[in-house]
Design a protein. Structure first.
Length: 72
């Protein structure tokens, strides 16, 4: 999952929670709690994507270093 997909999913879920709260199907405190949970999930995904990007960049850098060492 990329960040754009995660944001779209987050927006969809929050939209549903807000609609349920406005329609009286979900108490305000419960909606707030659920939205906070969705924010936590989004942050976790963002952090995971960031770490994967860094790991990928480091792997690419390691290959360049190995190639440079091979030339010496």
């Amino acid at each position: 999952m990329n960040l754009e997909d995660a944001l779209q999913l987050f927006m969809r879920r929050v939209d549903i929670l807000v609609s349920m709260e406005m329609g009286g199907k979900l108490p305000t405190k419960e909606a707030y709690k659920e939205i906070k949970d969705e924010v936590r999930k989004l942050k976790k995904i963002k952090k995971q994507i960031h770490h994967e990007t860094i790991a990928s960049a480091n792997a690419s850098a390691d290959r360049v270093v190995q190639f440079d060492n091979w030339l010496d």
